[in-house]
Design a protein around this ligand. Structure first.
Ligand code: AP5
Ligand code: MG
Length: 215
C-alpha cells in the first residue's frame, strides 16, 4: 500500500498514520517528524528549515523533495508506506509523480482528513508530543497514561514550538492557500478517500480502514 495522508495541521494525520502503518506493516513517513529530527540534531537542513517551521511557513519544495528522494529509496519502502504531511504543494506533488515513476512505484490512495478550522485551534493547545518517536497525545482527547510522559519510552513529552495559537492560525492559512489545491489534483487521478476527521479518534480510524479496504 502506498498512501498519502492529506489534511490541515491538527487534522490527526500523525495520530491516524500510526494506526495505518501498524495495520499494514508499512513505515510512516512524516516530513514534519523528519524535519524536527534534523532541527534537533542541528544538521544543515535542520538549521535552514527551523526558521520556516517556527513561523508556520512551508520549507522550500526542493529541500523536501531531496529529502524524500533519499527516504523513498530505502529498503523498508519496497512494499509500501504512508506519507504524512507530504506532498504539501502542487510542485511537491508533481515532483513526487516524477520520483515515483523513476522507482516504478504508484499510489493506491490519498486519504483526505477533513476538520473545520475552529476545531483544530482548540485541539492544538492540548497537543503533547514525544519528539524521538513522533507519538502524539492530547491532554483532553488522548491523554498519556501518566501526565507529561510518553507511554512507551517513559520519556518527557513536549509542546511543539509551532503550536502557539497565532502560529497555528498561520499554518491553517498556508494550508488553505498551498495544500488544499492538492485535493483537486488527486481527485483528477481518482485517488481520493474523503474522511470526516471531526469525530472520535477511533471512529476516524474505522472510517479510514473501511475506505482503504475498498482500494
Ligand atoms: P507537520 O509536522 O507535518 O505539521 P502539520 O501538517 O501542521 O500537522 P500536525 O502534525 O500539526 O497535525 P496532524 O495532522 O499530524 O495531527 P495530530 O495527529 O498531531 O509540519 C510541521 C512543519 O514542518 C510545517 O509547518 C512546515 O514548516 C514543515 N513541513 C512539514 N512537511 C512539509 C512539506 N512537505 N513541505 C514543506 N514544509 C513541510 O493531532 C493533533 C492533535 O489533535 C493531537 O493532540 C491529537 O492527539 C489530537 N487529535 C487527533 N485526532 C483527534 C480527534 N479525532 N479528536 C480529538 N483530538 C484529536
Ligand atoms: Mg503530524
Amino acid at each position: 500500500m502506498k498512501i498519502i495522508l492529506l489534511g490541515p495541521p491538527g487534522a490527526g494525520k500523525g495520530t491516524q498514520a500510526t494506526f495505518i502503518a501498524n495495520s499494514y506493516g508499512i513505515p510512516q513517513i512524516s516530513t514534519g517528524d523528519m524535519l524536527r529530527e534534523n532541527v534537533k540534531n542541528k544538521s544543515s537542513l535542520g538549521i535552514e528549515a527551523q526558521g520556516y517551521m517556527n513561523k508556520g511557513n512551508l520549507v522550500p519544495d526542493q529541500l523536501i523533495l531531496d529529502m524524500m528522494k533519499n527516504r523513498l529509496q530505502e529498503d523498508d519502502c519496497a512494499s509500501g508506506y504512508i506519507l504524512d504531511g507530504f506532498p504539501r504543494t502542487i510542485p511537491q506533488a508533481k515532483g513526487l509523480d516524477v520520483l515515483l515513476a523513476s522507482i516504478d512505484h504508484s499510489l493506491n490512495a490519498v486519504v483526505v482528513i477533513q476538520v473545520p478550522d475552529d476545531v483544530i485551534v482548540n485541539r492544538m493547545g492540548g497537543r503533547r508530543v514525544h519528539l524521538d518517536s513522533g507519538r502524539v497525545y492530547n491532554v483532553e482527547y488522548n491523554p498519556p497514561k501518566k501526565e507529561g510522559i510518553d507511554d512507551v519510552s517513559g520519556e518527557s513529552l513536549i509542546v511543539r514550538e509551532d503550536d502557539k495559537e497565532a502560529t497555528v492560525r498561520k499554518r491553517l492559512s498556508v494550508y488553505h492557500e498551498m495544500t488544499k489545491p492538492l485535493i483537486e489534483f488527486y481527485a483528477s487521478k481518482n485517488l481520493n478517500a474523503k474522511i470526516n476527521g471531526n469525530q472520535l479518534i477511533n471512529s476516524v480510524q474505522k472510517e479510514i480502514k473501511s475506505a482503504l479496504d475498498k482500494v
